[in-house]
Design a protein around this ligand. Structure first.
Ligand code: FAD
Length: 421
């Protein structure tokens, strides 16, 4: 739609993922004429696989608790969360016909346990608000006149004029869902610094090869401690999975969000966080004495799953076939120390194909946190994972996408309408 000055007040949203759906919905509800361009054949391909297909769509906590779960640039999110916080999101979903439920750790899911219900609700909301949704519409370039956005060009050569463009193209993780990093290219082209991107919330590769022998084994209630340059960078208790490349599971995945740029990083696993070294010494001494001539590896089965018990003596530098009666005081100390601090060297992470999130992105300093608009190009907005903000698991990353999308949509509509006036 063109104004009397020849300018268009159309708001174009690029990307029909979490951020894009909310950007389009909020722009349309705030009075703008909106077109959403999605290169896939449907909306929310990534949303569909979130939460193992159940979509952990948010975390029902207050803003302070929320920001604790955002390791980088949390303050950038204040305005976005003020406009749409977790409670607001759940109300919006209810209004659009999608009931939700709260599970352990305040994690919210659709009652149906189907992620597709979330996307369906937002698609319904967008259509009701008059959003034009175009599939198989891959954007190639953002068009500008000096430092003002004028529209977009599609890969088929078609150009679409716009008074405001919202980039919601996601990051680089799970590229099969459509997130191929296009937004970073446009950000650089328009002079926005993009901080180094890498896979995050992802499994950790280790120099040691012994985890391969425990592939598929999950250890619950263990503690993972990671150190870099002498400082503890991560220390939490929970669940770890051994894999063919190293470690995964909740602890390793969360730890990946805290890794420094320079690897390797030393990690230790405390396999008995509930016992002090002294308590463990005493317990082991008691069990070894009672076991007599039985082999050490057999007796360790009372402390570890059997596969791990068979391997563990080797990791302590002790022969597993040693009769318990012959385990010396020195050996016992080695065993206890290994229980309390089993060392691993993290040399890398798994790649984007397995990463839940991309760390890094459009530098928040180049964006106005109150609107999500670029400070360099007026009428250009960014929302969602394309921005350098990421959070722990638990529904926080989707909420960041919903909230920043909503704020960008509302702000873009205000701009488009003020230009029309
Ligand atoms: C396996 C997995 C599980 C996850 N589970 C959870 C969870 O349970 N809870 C949680 O909070 N977070 C979860 N996340 C993270 C969450 O999915 C993301 O944070 C969120 O989807 C980011 O939303 P977005 O809109 O920024 O990007 P995306 O959802 O990636 O959407 C980007 C969209 O832009 C489109 N696009 C890209 N380039 C173009 C172009 N040039 N032209 C047109 N369209 C384009 C893409 O096709 C895509 O549809 C999970 C991620 C993964 C990979």
């Amino acid at each position: 739609m063109y104004t009397s000055t020849g300018k268009t007040n159309e708001v174009i949203v690029i990307g029909g993922g979490a951020a894009g759906m909310l950007a389009a919905l909020f722009a349309a509800r705030n009075g703008a004429s909106v077109t959403l361009l999605e290169k896939n054949e449907k909306l929310g391909k990534k949303v569909y696989i979130t939460g193992k297909g159940r979509c952990n769509c948010t975390n029902l906590c207050d803003t302070q608790d929320f920001l604790q779960e955002v390791p980088r640039n949390p303050r950038f999110l204040y305005s976005a969360l003020k406009l749409l916080n977790p409670e607001g999101l759940l109300q919006l979903l209810k209004e659009l016909g999608c009931e939700t439920k709260i599970e352990r750790g305040r994690r919210a899911f659709p009652v149906s346990d189907h992620a597709s219900d979330i996307t369906r609700a937002f698609e319904k909301g967008m259509r009701q608000a008059g959003v034009k949704i175009r599939f198989h519409a891959a954007v190639k370039a953002i068009l500008r006149a000096e430092n003002r956005v004028t529209g977009v060009q599609l890969t088929n050569g078609e150009t679409l004029p716009a008074g405001a463009v919202i980039v919601c193209t996601g990051g680089l993780s799970y590229p099969s869902t459509g997130s191929t990093g296009d937004g970073y290219v446009w950000a650089r082209e328009t002079s926005h610094p993009v901080t180094a991107c890498r896979p995050s919330l992802v499994g950790l590769e280790t120099q040691e090869t012994w985890p391969t022998q425990l592939q598929g084994l999950t250890m619950k209630n263990i503690c993972l401690n990671a150190r870099s340059c002498g400082k503890i960078i991560y220390s939490e208790q929970g669940e770890t999975l051994f894999t063919h490349y190293g470690i995964s599971g909740p602890l390793a995945i969360e730890c990946s969000a805290h890794l420094p740029d320079d690897l390797p990083v030393s990690v230790t696993l405390d396999l008995k966080p509930g016992l002090t070294e002294d308590q463990l010494q005493k317990r082991l001494a008691r069990e070894l004495t009672a076991a007599g001539k039985k082999q050490l590896a057999t007796v360790l089965q009372s402390l570890l799953p059997s596969r791990f018990a068979a391997l563990f003596p080797l990791l302590c530098g002790v022969e597993g076939k040693t009769p318990c009666s012959q385990v010396s005081g020195k050996m016992r100390t080695q065993i206890v120390q290994t229980f309390k601090a089993l060392p691993l060297t993290v040399t890398g992470t798994r790649d984007y194909r397995e990463a839940i999130i991309t760390r890094g992105g459009v530098d928040v300093k180049s964006l106005n946190a109150a609107t999500m608009e670029s400070k360099n190009v007026s009428g250009l907005y960014f929302a969602g994972e394309v921005i350098d903000v990421d959070a722990h698991t638990g529904g926080y990353n989707l909420q960041i996408a919903w909230s920043t999308g909503a704020l960008a949509g509302k702000s873009a509509a205000n701009r488009a309408l003020s230009e029309q006036a």
